[in-house]
Design a binder for this molecule. Structure first.
Ligand code: FHN
Length: 453
């Protein structure tokens, strides 16, 4: 295997020398813009599962008696367990040696996918390679991959097969910039800046070829690249080179804005917010919030900061009302099992969506506004009728919808009819106390009266 990769690298190097550039640069010209119709599924889907899984999962946020966050280290003040290597100063030899321990014998991709489906999620995004540099598939251009573990078997292929079987869209997180194992990959900001000509080596030798591999081997529905504020090596030229590569080998794969967070350009397919960040208004493109269930993305056995399902549902509803998606993370354990608190929350969210999903999936933001931060609105069109959905995150006795007249208003889950009254062109909905039986979000459904012709 090592030999195979060495040979491939030599061939690529020789070809680049003979042709003066890599094969990737020779790809035929393609439009950098994807047909907007191909983003429609994403806009309708609203809710996806993010999965952070890699060698870091073995450490579970603790190394050598130190648990993150640990301020005795200069950069140790973070809960992000997938950052344990640089933050708790784990030596390279030790960290990269974890490859000899990674053996997820309980990995059952169908059970992951069925949990995602039962939670009401419509797509899934897994860290094919995070900043640590480790590939969850047998990569042709790197030996720091699953083939070098005791497990040996590809982890991505069976997950893709399970997604196809259950009808879930799937995508890959790929750390195209940070790579802490590659001698030329970018490092965290407190390390010396990688010289641009060195980074270019990594870019051509590993980053671009691995993205091409992921597309050619697995045909993903989306690619999730990762940069954030501040300086990166991702110039507009490299951003466009990567977009071109994706468009050359896939005519459907969506690209997120974090390919170059500070300058995503016009050709990405959706904007990606900062971690756990929720805009207060509509944005110019489809967008998504990547969100944690705990503080950490990767499994962290001492991070007990689990968010309640009701709070996470509120984030989902809030995003939906403003045209955004919610990509909620799960950090599996190194053995391949999902943490119990994550599963419980997924099932609670799925139960709520089972009753109220009609108001979420395929729904659009409403042009109507209610001046109450505990009320969210979405709209749908069904034939000639316009439907308004009103989400009540806190108990209320009345809600006034301005500038419209409504008819047939009822509680979506139970069908209980509600009284309406009109005044000065507004409609007041009266809600009996008994509607709020627990602390879950209550959804009302009403029809908008059409204007007289
Ligand atoms: O550094 C990563 C982090 O580990 C995690 O993957 C998140 C997910 O949005 N992205 C980066 C930080 O924003």
């Amino acid at each position: 295997m090592v030999m195979k990769k060495l040979m491939l690298a030599i061939c690529a190097f020789m070809a680049a020398g003979v042709m003066g550039c890599s094969n990737i640069k020779k790809a035929p010209a393609v439009s950098l813009k994807l047909d907007p119709q191909k983003v429609e599924w994403f806009k309708d889907a609203k809710f996806g599962m993010f999965i952070h899984w890699g060698l870091y999962s073995i450490l579970e946020g603790t190394y050598n008696g130190h648990t993150m966050p640990d301020t005795t280290f200069a950069e140790g003040n973070s809960w992000y367990a997938e950052w344990i290597k640089p933050r708790l100063e784990v030596p390279d030899e030790y960290y990269n040696g974890l490859i000899r321990e990674f053996n997820p014998v309980n990995y059952d991709p169908e059970s992951w996918v069925s949990e995602a489906c039962n939670a009401g999620m419509k797509y899934l995004v897994i860290t094919a390679k995070h900043h640590e540099g480790f590939a969850l598939w047998d990569s042709d251009v790197s030996d720091f991959d699953i083939a070098a573990t005791p497990y040996q078997k590809d982890l991505i292929g069976p997950l893709v097969a399970a997604c196809k079987k259950y009808g879930l869209k799937y995508g890959f997180y790929y750390s195209h910039w940070q790579d802490w194992e590659d001698p030329d990959g970018a490092l965290p900001y407190w390390y010396p800046w990688r010289a641009d000509e060195d980074f270019e080596q990594y870019w051509q030798r590993k980053s671009l070829p691995q993205v091409k591999e992921l597309i050619q081997k697995y045909d993903p529905d989306l690619l999730w690249f990762d940069t954030w504020d501040g300086n990166t090596h991702i110039t507009p030229e490299r951003r466009d080179e990567l977009i071109r590569l994706v468009r050359t080998y896939s005519d459907k794969c969506l690209i997120n804005g974090r390919i170059c967070y500070s300058n995503p350009g016009e050709n990405i397919d959706f904007l990606e917010m900062h971690d756990n960040s929720y805009p207060k208004e509509m944005l110019s493109k489809p967008w998504q919030t990547p969100a944690t269930m705990q503080n950490s993305w990767a499994y962290h056995s001492k991070d007990f900061n689990w968010k309640p399902a009701t709070r996470m549902l509120r984030y989902l509803v809030s995003n939906t009302s403003m045209g955004g998606n919610y990509l909620l993370n799960v950090g599996p354990k190194a053995d391949g099992t999902l943490p119990v608190p994550a599963v419980r929350r997924l099932r609670e969210m799925g139960a709520w969506l089972g009753a109220n999903g009609e108001a979420v999936y395929g729904a659009n933001p409403s042009s109507l506004k209610v001046a109450d931060e505990d009320v969210y609105l979405t709209e749908k069109t069904a034939g000639d009728e316009k439907i308004l959905y009103v989400f009540l995150a806190k108990p209320k006795s009345t809600v006034t919808i301005p500038s419209v007249s409504l008819k047939d208003c009822f509680v979506l889950e139970t069908g209980q009819g509600l009284e309406l009254s009109s005044e000065s062109g507004c409609t007041e909905i009266r809600i009996p106390n008994g509607v709020f039986k627990d602390n879950s979000i209550v959804v009302l459904k009403a029809y908008l009266q059409s204007e007289p012709k």
